[in-house]
Design a protein around this ligand. Structure first.
Ligand SMILES: [Mg+2]
Length: 96
């Protein structure tokens, strides 16, 4: 029996294979994009967005296993650093 997010993603990978999971990730990202556009237009509820977001986060764990968790963490740190710079720049603009 599997339980943790990491265990579930490993079981998912073993049973379905990398090629299927990559295609599934594309499908789930597309569904989230569609739901977000509907939410923005007032045609979708928060729970519907939450469900699609959950699908993406779950499959993202499996994809992280495929590309390598260390690589993903390195990319996250780089992206967060860039985001912090954009936030700081925006704060300066707002103060003007
Ligand atoms: Mg979905």
């Amino acid at each position: 029996m599997v339980g943790t997010t990491w265990e579930i993603s490993e079981e998912n990978r073993k049973l379905f294979g990398d090629d299927y999971l990559v295609l599934k990730a594309v499908e789930e990202c597309a569904e989230l994009a569609k739901e977000l556009m509907h939410f923005r237009d007032g045609k979708s509820q928060r729970w519907e967005v939450a469900e699609e977001l959950a699908d993406v986060l779950i499959i993202a764990n499996s994809i992280a296993r495929i590309v390598g968790p260390d690589e993903v963490m390195k990319a996250i740190r780089l992206k967060e650093g860039k985001l912090l710079k954009r936030i700081a720049k925006k704060k300066k603009e707002v103060k003007k």
